[in-house]
Design a binder for this molecule. Structure first.
Ligand SMILES: NC(=O)c1ccc[n+]([C@@H]2O[C@H](COP(=O)([O-])OP(=O)(O)OC[C@H]3O[C@@H](n4cnc5c(N)ncnc54)[C@H](OP(=O)(O)O)[C@@H]3O)[C@@H](O)[C@H]2O)c1
Length: 303
């Protein structure tokens, strides 16, 4: 029997569908318009329609929205772009609080995002991090109001625990559609903290952030076999060699091969690396390969 883990190229998110390698705009601020357009074009050319941003991305002297504004300027210049992407943005991180999900704050953040992104509706609107000082009733009220007004199409959570996700869901009159945790060969917490389980239970599209460990897997990799990076990279290299691919593509394939994963959000600012990432879809990863990466990450064999 074939022991290769299947890696589908697209996934559904609500009524929408997009390539499972998705593009994240965290590092987007500072790009010129032509540079930003080249990155989005590279993403679209490999089917990466899902574009993830947040009000806080690029936060600086001018406040919120630097990354959203760049994407918005591309949409303003080429309005047809809006229909070509599945637009994800987030609210709720407010330095120095650091989090604020009071209803008025979330609603105003969404409205400001709509203006910056030059659009009438956010496809998927996420609460960026749980605000422990605001009740789930109040967060739900904000999301229901935004959805009833047509300002957001669907909603989800990011960096929420399983019980926080359930608590928010219990207060909503519509189903959450996504969860966005950190997940990579260097961050395997979602496999054990219940995040991948609740995603399957509730039918949430899991969007894995920093699937290359924010670059730790590829930048200045430590060869030290006693470090988690060293152990993981050694296993990734072995699989990469057999596949004629880069370790970054194997890492992406590892994330995508988990049955709960909907999307892997890559964040490179290099169009050629965006294009090359499609190699992840072709990685032939056996079940043994997948567990070998997990064992290397945990530093111990499976029981
Ligand atoms: N919800 C949340 O709390 C949260 C938090 C963090 C991120 N995110 C989302 O996840 C997205 C991706 O995060 P990320 O940027 O950390 O993802 P990532 O893809 O794990 O890391 C990107 C980093 O790796 C480097 N890199 C990629 N390929 C490389 C290669 N072949 N060789 C050397 N360096 C390479 C990139 O540098 P180059 O640009 O030089 O290629 C960049 O600095 C973000 O944009 C955001 O949308 C969400």
């Amino acid at each position: 029997m074939n022991d290769i883990l299947p890696i589908a190229k697209t996934a559904r998110i609500g009524s929408l569908e997009a390539g499972r390698i998705a593009y994240g705009c965290w590092r987007f601020a500072g790009s010129t318009e032509p540079e930003a357009r080249a990155k989005i074009d590279a993403a679209l050319s490999i089917g990466s329609k899902l574009i993830d941003t947040a009000a806080i991305y690029g936060f600086g002297a001018e406040g919120f929205g630097a990354a959203e504004s760049i994407l918005g300027s591309l949409i303003s210049m080429s309005p047809e772009l809006r229909d070509q992407i599945v637009l994800v943005t987030k609210a709720g991180i407010h330095p120095p609080a650091p989090y604020d999900s009071r209803a008025d704050i979330v609603i105003r953040s969404c409205e400001a995002s709509l203006i910056r992104l030059d659009t009438d509706q956010i496809d998927i609107f996420l609460i960026h991090r749980p605000d422990l000082t605001t009740s789930f009733d109040e967060v739900a009220r904000a999301l229901m109001e935004l959805r009833a007004a047509g300002k957001i199409r669907e909603a989800g959570v990011s960096n929420f625990t399983v019980t926080q996700t359930r608590a928010l869901q219990s207060k909503l009159n519509f189903p959450l559609i996504a969860t966005q945790p950190e997940f990579s060969p260097l961050c395997t917490d979602p496999l054990e903290d219940g995040t991948t389980d609740i995603a399957q239970e509730l039918g949430l599209a899991l969007m894995a952030w920093s699937p290359l460990g924010g670059g730790r897997l590829v930048n200045g990799v430590r060869e030290d076999p006693s470090s988690v990076e060293g152990r993981v990279v050694a296993v990734l290299k072995d699989i990469a060699l057999r596949n004629g691919a880069g370790i970054e593509h194997v890492a992406l394939a590892w994330v995508l091969a988990h049955p709960a994963t909907g999307f892997a959000l890559i964040g490179t600012q290099t169009p050629d690396r965006i294009l090359a990432s499609a190699a992840a879809y072709d990685i032939q990863m056996t079940r043994r390969d997948w567990y070998a990466v997990l064992e290397a990450s945990k530093g111990k064999r499976m029981p």
